[in-house]
Design a protein around this ligand. Structure first.
Ligand code: E4P
Length: 226
């Protein structure tokens, strides 16, 4: 399973890049609004430049920020022209007008991440329209009392049955455990904040084992008493 970073924070991005642990980056307008106010395109360019500096041309999902479907294509084209990076993916929320934009961009070879998906029907429409990624929001499904896991499994099965190339990204992660649950349910990719990766790297038995090794070695290294 691939892990993507769900953040627009330059520090978090660099920390992930220097560890080589993520295979892509996802952002959305709320995530960007958590960063210090600056020019939107300049900020995305900084993220892209960091990836280039680390020689990791990862897919970088940038969400359009107009609610008007007829303006989405123009905004996406402008972003693609202004940002100097070979792997910009355009993130578009699902919707009737939006499907037309997803289809148009996909036919032009632009990778689309269709976002804010909450059920099988939405995912299949997005995949049929040519979206490269279908992003299911796990935490927000739980927020309304729904169980995201069967939805993820069903979508995976449907994508496979229809020979679709689309990949499932599960986002809206609230606990480190959600990451393995989503993976087991059939997610191709999980996108999450860096804090969850830090948690995943830690296990009390690892700490205990390493402390024990160092303690034993310290005693062995100490001068032999004669
Ligand atoms: C995924 O691409 C989204 O950015 C994201 O995970 C949204 O999650 P939230 O519910 O934490 O806003």
């Amino acid at each position: 399973m691939k892990i993507f970073l769900d953040s627009a924070n330059l520090n978090e991005l660099e920390n992930c890049l220097k560890r080589g642990i993520v295979r892509g980056i996802t952002t959305n307008p709320s995530i960007i609004s958590k960063e210090p106010k600056t020019n939107f395109v300049k900020h995305i360019q900084k993220m892209a430049d960091l990836c280039k500096n680390y020689n990791q041309i990862l897919p970088l999902s940038v969400e359009i920020f107009t609610p008007n479907a007829s303006e989405m294509y123009a905004q996406a084209s402008e972003l693609l022209q202004t940002i100097d990076y070979k792997n910009i993916n355009i993130k578009i929320p699902i919707g009737w007008g939006e499907l037309e934009v997803i289809y148009r961009l996909s036919r032009e070879g632009i990778p689309v991440n269709c976002t804010c998906l909450f059920n099988e029907a939405q995912c299949m429409l997005a995949a049929n329209a040519g979206a490269k990624y279908v992003s299911i929001f796990m935490g927000r499904l739980k927020d309304i009392g729904a169980d995201p896991l069967p939805i993820i499994s069903n979508v995976r099965e449907l994508l496979e049955k229809t020979n679709s190339q689309a990949e499932i990204i599960v986002g809206s992660i609230r606990h480190a455990r959600d990451i393995s649950d989503a993976q087991q349910a059939g997610a191709h990719i999980v996108t999450a904040n860096m804090k969850f990766f830090e948690t995943m790297a830690i296990h009390p038995q690892t700490t205990k084992s390493v402390d024990g090794f160092l303690e034993d070695f310290k005693q062995w290294l100490s001068p032999i008493k004669v």
